[in-house]
Structure formats: structure tokens, C-alpha cells
Ligand binder design. Sequence first.
Ligand SMILES: Nc1nc2c(ncn2[C@@H]2O[C@H](COP(=O)(O)OP(=O)(O)OP(=O)(O)O)[C@@H](O)[C@H]2O)c(=O)[nH]1
Ligand SMILES: [Mg+2]
Length: 593
Amino acid sequence: MFRALNLLRCRLIEPPCPRLAAPKILSFPLSTKQSNEPDPQDVVSLINRDPTSPPRLFVVQPRLRPDAALHARLDEALCLANSLEEQRDGFFHTDFFEKGLPPHVVVQNPAARSPKPRADTYFGPGTVDNIKIHLNAAEEKGEIIDAVFVNAILSGIQQRNLEMIWGKPVLDRVGLIIEIFNAHAFTKEAKLQAELAALMYKKTRLVRVRGPNGRLTFGVGGEAEVVSARGRGSGGQGFISGAGETELQLQRRRIAERRSRLLSHIEEVRRTRAVQRAGRKRHGGSFGLGLSTVAVVGYTNAGKSTLVGTLSDSDVYGDDRLFATVDPRLRSVVLPSGRKVLMSDTVGFISDLPVQLVEAFHATLEEVVEADLLVHVLDSSAPNLDEHRSSVLQVLEQIGVSENKLQNMIEVWNKIDLQEVDEMHSDGALLDAEEVEFENLSGEDDESVLSEISCQESSGEGIDRSTTASGDDEVVAEQSEGELEYEEDEDRLCEVSSGELDDLAITSNTPGSSIRQAQSAASDERYQSYKCGPDVKTSAVTGVGLQELLELIDEKLKAQDESVKSERVVERGAFDRKWRPPRENDAGIAVEQ
Ligand SMILES: Nc1nc2c(ncn2[C@@H]2O[C@H](COP(=O)(O)OP(=O)(O)OP(=O)(O)O)[C@@H](O)[C@H]2O)c(=O)[nH]1
Ligand SMILES: [Mg+2]
């Protein structure tokens, strides 16, 4: 991924080629369609997803310290922005490297200045204005910007207010990841799960705003919805909603209906998978043993699919886009001992993986929980490898992988071929990273923009948006029903889950990143108990270390079989063997006779 960005940066030096396509009409989801049955495609899409022309995002990255962390996070944000593209026929039709570097800006991080970012706009007013200036500058240069991606977790109100001020749809980190899953899902199973995640996310985005005509509206997009906040018609309340239900109730009802339909389809998928797994265990193996499964897990873009493809000598689609794999795949691999195992390639993880995705992809992730052995693939060239490791361990724990399996997991440092190259070019890479940090669209250096923002904010020059009109629209920043909805939604998720996701729900949905940081520091410490460091170093591309990896898998599975056998013997020894008198007594009886 980092290599990919280096390439992208090189291309940035060339003047950006303005796209000549006509501006797209943005599809605002959950608009007030009068039909009772929402178009499923309408429900899924958070922004316009034209299969033939991927949306162009403007990336806003809050500053992080140290700089290395900022560069890693910015790299990831740019890759996320470029990864949003509809998959057609199981493939992406554009070359990842051909996409230019998305327009982006690094701004003051509100979490660094106060424990709680602003409730209404997340950023301070100066930062919000400057982002708008950058957006305008980009558009004046001929860039087409379909949406703004803020690489932070925003509440529904913050997202909505920023949309009103910037005049563009806004995606936060959770929204974009969910959108990418939706765009990349290909099989029915993945599509169902991705849609469920999008639906649950949308439910948290139903906020109330005051429209141009002063009336309150609900919904995500807002430009078309002009309804009463408290009710309309006969004002029906209670259990039966109908003619008198409010717009919010209507939206909620649609979501709830769709959600229960999706859940029942997903339950079918889960049952089918469980039956198939049991069948494989019983019949598929050799050496008198069931067929073992090895789940390959890891951060997105670590090289899982490439590794599984190479080991199984089959075509498993790998790509530089993040979350290239959303549809799980199983491939058979023959180990050096001759034993056949199944390797499962599954979805990649990321820090702040949305709780909606973890919950929705439960059926897929069950393969990981049920696997006999886990192989954790890490991109050894990633500067924040430790962060990647703890993000993956966190998700594995949350989906219910046992402590035993985590301790027994094989850690693979992949892309080892890149390390040599990186060492050779380390000076160049640093320069490259600086280039990105100071690049911005107005041509000023970023530091000056940042200090400008700080000055405006500290001198109170920025105006409080919670009470001020911006353009024609007054943005309501009061606690709205959207926020209540938010909490309710978490409850529902916890209800559905096995109760293990509470922590993640808080982590993913709390805009105050200081809480997240404290939690992640605590979890990092917790993960110190697991072995850190490579068991084997590989290159899925050149084949280095692959034989060693296969031998290690063989060894681990053999050791597991031995321990299972001895456990069985101990169990049988203690409880199953029929009682018979000791030998001396036998002898005594014989003598007496
Ligand atoms: N140089 C190098 N590139 C690799 C290696 N393994 C994978 N890649 C590249 O890394 C990119 C991502 O590989 P994937 O196999 O799609 O990664 P993944 O972990 O499956 O990613 P997701 O499915 O998005 O979670 C692809 O462009 C691969 O060609 C490696 O060992 N060396
Ligand atoms: Mg993959």
C-alpha cells in the first residue's frame, strides 16, 4: 500500500489532469420516497456509486503526532479514498495506480486541543472555513469532488452540519469503510452483510435540521425532506404507525423491516456454512483426521489473498485497493507431510473497524472463529506494524476467537522483499513523506494554514455555528432525535451480538478520540501478553519463506492432533474404561481357585 502511494505521489508532481466528465448528480439516500418499499440499492448507497466512474473524494486528515503516525494515517486515508470503486464481474476495471492522488489537506486535530471535539461540527470554525477554501480551490482548478472524506469518526449531527457548510456529502471513516465493503461485495452473502452494515450505519445518521424555509427535516440528505419534526397528519403514535407517523418513524420502520429481512437471509447463510463446515470436518480429511482449516487473517492489504493464492497455486484475487477481499474464499493446500488442509482467505481488518461491519459479517467471520489454526499476516513494510497487530488482535478477540488459538497463532511478516528496497531508498522515502505533508491545494504550505487556523480559533474570530446561519441554511446543533437514535442503535447492536461488542461500539461511535486513544493504549498493553514478532518472514510475490510457513503449519497442526489424541486418552482413562479388579486381585483369585 505504501509503495502504491509512493507511486501515486510521484504522479502528483505532474499537473493533475482535470476530469472532463459532467458533474454527477449526487444521490442523497433515504430521501422521502413515498413508496413503502425502499429500493434496496437506495438503502445501501451512502453516496453516488456510479459503477463506471468511481467517486472522487477530497480527504481531510486531522493532524497526528508524531509525524510518522500522521504519514501512516494519511497514506491509509488516501488509499481508502481511492479504494472506493464498484466491483464488476469480480474485478475492478480501473488500475489503482492510474488514479491520481486524491486532493487532500492536513488540518488541526480538534482532539489534540481539547478532550472533546465540538459537538456541532467536530472541527473548530476556522478549520471548517479553511477546508471550504481548499474545496473551492480544488474545484476552481478543475477537480471534480463528489464527496468529502473526513478521516475521523463523526456523529450524525457533525456529519450533517459539515455537509450543509461545505455543500458536499461527507463521509467519515466508518461510513467510507462501510461504503467500500458495499462496493466490493460480489457474492450474495457479502452483499447481504455489507447492506446490513450500511443500514445500521444509516440509522445512526437520521438527524434533524432546519431547512432553507425554516422547517425541520429528518434524513441523511435533507434537501428534499421537509416534514414536521414531531409528526404530521393525524399524529399517530404508539405501537401502530400508519398515516400519522412522523418522517423519522417512517424511516425507522423502513430500516427495521429491511433489517429483519436481511437478518433472516444472513441466518440462512450462517446455517448453510455451519452444515458445510461440519461436512468438511467429517469427510474431507486424510490420515484418519477431519479436514483442518487454516484461517488467514490480518490488516487489510497485508497480502493475505496473494499468499493464499500462491500457497494453493490458484487464482485468488489480490489488489492494492483496501478491502479488495470482501467475499471469503477457501482453497485447498497440500502441506509438506502430504496432508491436505483448507485455507480460508477472508476480509481484512483495519483500526476502528466499524462495529456495524463486525456484527454484520458475523457469518463470514465465523470461519475464523471455527478454524483449527490462524495465520496472522502482517505487512512488514508498514511503518505502524504494531498498531496493525493490535487492531487485528482486538477484532479477533471481539469476534470470539479463544485465547488458546490466539496464543497458538502463526505470525507471518509478509512483503519481506520490500524491506531491502526500503532500506536502500529510506532517505528518498522520507523526503517523499514531507512532500505530502506540506502539499495543499491553495499552494500555501500546510504549516501556515494550520497556524492560521489556530489563530482564528484562539482569537475567537470563528463564529459559533451552533447559532449562526451558513448561507441560506441554519444548522441546528441541538441534541436531536438523531442522537437518541444513536444510543438506541447501539443497544440494538448489543442485543443482536453476543454481548462481546460493547467495547467496540463505544470505541467506534465516540467522537472523542481521546477516549479511543486511552482504550487503544490499554488494549495494546493487553496484547503484549501475546507473542509479538515473526514466526516466519515471507514474500508472497517472490516465494521466500513459503516452504518454511507450510512446514510450520504442518508442525502446529500435528502438535494439535497429538494433544487432542492425548486428551481423548486421558478422558477415556478417567471416565470411559470399564472397571475391572486390579491385577494382584486377579492373581489372588486365581490362587484361591
Ligand atoms: N512486494 C510485495 N507485494 C505483495 C506481497 N504480497 C502481496 N503483495 C501486494 O500487496 C497488495 C495487496 O495484496 P492482497 O493479497 O490483495 O492483500 P490482502 O491482505 O488480501 O488485502 P485485502 O483483501 O484488501 O484485505 C497486492 O498489490 C499484492 O500484489 C509481497 O510479498 N511482496
Ligand atoms: Mg484479500
